[in-house]
Design a protein around this ligand. Structure first.
Ligand code: CTP
Ligand code: CA
Length: 226
């Protein structure tokens, strides 16, 4: 359900959200990508804007439209996303990384379309920069929130990422289930914070989950200030 008159509890806060997949170029007509729809990130951007935040949405290619009040920055590759996020990091109060960033990109990209040949083809891949980890290393005043999509051991892997990337919180969602994950409208999220809070947010629409996640973040930020 939409909040008719949202509480403007994020007024004066700058929030940066990343959303969608990245595309890693092979040649002018081909790329590697993933199934991210961008829905969770867009829902977070919209919810934060409705609650009065100054929102920047750094987005990979999606079918979605961002609310007019949200500043949208379109990117394609993980490297583009890194550059655009870092350029805006300093001024943010909250950064939420909901994007599904490619872990690997082709070592070589071709200026002309690759032609097929007999036999198999191998494409060598190299690691992309972990954007979230980079943000964790450079964190000052920002409240930094990651996402983790896991098929198993969700809480354990989530906690590992929370610590390794020096996050304030991480939203873990279980993928491979019928009603949560990449393409769906609903999502089941467990919100873990650095103090050990383990908040299960029940299966709701991504819009409702977005508001619940923002509630948790605000509560944590207030607790941090005390
Ligand atoms: N992430 C990132 N940059 C990358 C890879 C991931 O910023 N190059 C971010 C994602 O946006 C997400 C978080 O890291 O917020 C977790 O992503 P995930 O794919 O679950 O974790 P990884 O650390 O990539 O580990 P793995 O894929 O092996 O589970
Ligand atoms: Ca990954």
């Amino acid at each position: 359900e939409e909040r008719k008159e949202p509480i403007r509890d994020l007024a004066g806060k700058r929030v940066l959200v990343t959303a969608g997949p990245t595309q890693e170029t092979i040649d002018p007509v081909r790329f590697f990508t993933n199934h991210s729809s961008g829905k969770m990130g867009y829902a977070l951007a919209e919810a934060a804007a409705r609650r009065g935040a100054d929102v920047t949405l750094v987005s990979g290619p999606t079918q979605l439209t961002a609310p007019r009040s949200v500043k949208r920055v379109d990117i394609a590759s993980a490297q583009d996303m890194l550059d655009q996020v870092l350029a805006r990091y300093e001024e943010q109060d909250i950064v939420i990384k909901a994007a599904a960033v490619a872990d690997y990109r082709p070592v070589q990209t071709f200026d002309s379309k690759m032609k097929k040949k007999d036999g198999n083809l191998s494409i060598e891949l190299e690691r992309t920069t972990d954007i979230l980890q980079t943000l964790g290393q450079r964190k000052q005043h920002q409240y930094l929130v990651g996402f983790a999509a896991e098929t198993d051991n969700a809480i354990e892997y989530g906690k590992g990422k929370l610590e390794r990337k020096r996050l304030d919180a991480i939203c873990v969602n279980t993928v491979g289930k019928a009603d949560s994950g990449f393409q769906s409208d609903t999502n089941e999220v467990i919100y873990l914070n650095k103090e050990g809070k383990e908040q299960h947010l029940p299966t709701e629409t991504k819009k409702q989950i977005a508001h619940r996640i923002l509630d948790e973040i605000l509560e944590d930020m207030e607790a941090d200030r005390k």
